[in-house]
Every structure is written in C-alpha cells, then in structure tokens.
Ligand binder design. Structure first.
Ligand code: 13P
Length: 255
C-alpha cells in the first residue's frame, strides 16, 4: 500500500518567529498521527532553523528548489549537497511558479531531478496544466509531456524514490480546487502513463494533489484511490488547518 505524504510548501512566507511557533504547534498536534508522512518546505534561509525546531519529530524537512550545480560561481543558488548537509529530504522541483516566474524549462527540471537522485534526495516533481490548456482539453498531453522529459533523461526506475505532485495551475491559490473526481481522473491517467514504462513503479509512485487544498475538501480528495496526499500552499501556514489535512490523509488511507 502507498503511504501518503502531506507536505506544506510555505513559498515566500515566514520569519524566525513563525518557524518556531508553527513547528512547535505542528509537533504538538501531529505527534500521534500514523499512516501519513509529513513534511514542510520553508524558505531556504530558514531551513536550518526549521531543522533545529523539528528535532527528532516525525515531520521531515523539505525545500522548495535546488540548483543543478554542486558548487562554484553560481551566485544565489543552493546545491543538493547543501540541502543534504542541512537535513532536507523532499525537494520540490518544477513548481508552476518557478516555471512561470523563472522560466524553468522541462529540460532544466529533468536535470534537477537527476542531480537530486544522484544525491539520494527525494524529488517532488510538480506538473500541471494552465487554465487555457485545461479548457482546450490538453491536460493529459501536458502532464504526459512533463513526465516524459524526465523519463527520457533517466528512466522509470528514477521514480522508485520520487513523488509527483499534480498541481493544476488554475487551482493554485485560487480557492478553486479541482473536484475530487477531476483530480482522480488525472491522477489515474498519470499512473497509467507511467505504467506504460514500468507497471510496478507506477503502482508504487506517490502522486500528490496540490491546488487550494483546505480543511474542508481534504477528506473527499484523499478518499480517491489515486490521490496519495497533498502539496499544500496557503493552508500549510496555519497549524490547525494543516493538521486537519494531515489527519484526513492518514484516516482516508487507513480504511
Ligand atoms: P495553494 O494550496 O495555496 O493553492 O498552493 C498550492 C501549491 O502551489 C503547493 O505547491
């Protein structure tokens, strides 16, 4: 059985006090949760502090991005080795905000995937279509292409220890999540697409949903068979809400 992962993507939010307060609240609220892996991805400047506050809790540390270079004259970048050094485990790549604002291509994202695997870190590969692509019926083609660029560079075995986060761009930060039925259909498609390369890997790969997940829609999303947790933006900044979402995933996947 697949173990869901609920991961908070804090994006460009937080300060030292919030790192302290939010993590200590999460540690309290989530100490007894079993059956769901949990991670948070604070801004890079707070990773070390977050790791300190996470201590020996079962909440893992994630990061929001990585560079493809290991060291050298790459001003402003952060390497896999640095993320490893600091104790990060799950690394988000290909987020639609980085694709849009930093012009990251599928090819660059595939390189990031490769360097993360090389460093034995776990990529969380974000994919998803825009509103226009959705309305033009191109959702499956867009998602398939975003995955194929990675599959062609590495191979299906690369997804052995990696996650996919399906995040329809039109659902991010809009309060308008995909319906459980819509999301399940795309997740099922993604799994079947990977199965064309390797059926066993497809069965095991964790496919998270992301885009306006909140305390009210979490249960319905997680009871869908191919939705294995979530990548949560805005709602991960509130300990109560994020805890409800984590518990919803743990319960949905236990039954
Ligand atoms: P929201 O949950 O704020 O819609 O953000 C989703 C997201 O982009 C997570 O990576």
């Amino acid at each position: 059985m697949r173990h869901p992962l609920v991961m908070g993507n804090w994006k460009l939010n937080g300060n030292k006090r919030m790192v302290n307060d939010l993590i200590s609240a999460l540690r309290n609220k989530l100490s007894n949760v079993v059956g769901c892996n949990i991670a948070i991805a604070p801004p890079v400047i707070y990773l070390d502090l977050a790791k300190y506050h996470l201590g020996n809790s079962r909440i893992a540390l994630g990061a929001q991005n990585v560079d493809i270079h290991i060291s050298g004259a790459y001003t402003g970048e952060v390497s896999t080795q640095m993320l490893k050094d600091i104790g990060a485990k799950y690394i988000i790549i290909g987020h639609s905000e980085r694709r849009a604002y930093h012009k990251e291509s599928n090819e660059l994202i595939a390189e990031k995937f490769a360097v993360l695997k090389e460093a034995e870190l776990i990529p969380v590969l974000c994919i998803g279509e825009s509103k226009a692509e959705n309305e033009a019926g191109k959702t499956e083609a867009v998602c398939a292409h975003q995955i194929d660029v990675v599959l062609n560079k590495l191979d299906a075995k690369a997804f052995e220890s990696a996650l996919i986060a399906y995040e329809p761009i039109w659902a991010i930060g809009t309060g308008k999540a995909a319906t459980p039925v819509q999301a399940q259909a795309v997740h099922k498609f993604i799994r079947s697409h990977i199965a064309k390369y390797d059926a066993a890997i497809a069965e095991r790969v964790i496919i998270q949903y992301g885009g306006s997940v909140n305390a009210d829609n979490a249960v319905e999303l997680f009871t869908q068979p191919d939705i294995d947790g979530a990548l949560v933006g805005g709602a991960s900044l509130n300990a109560d809400t994020f805890s409800v979402i984590v518990k919803a995933a743990a319960e949905a996947k236990q039954t």
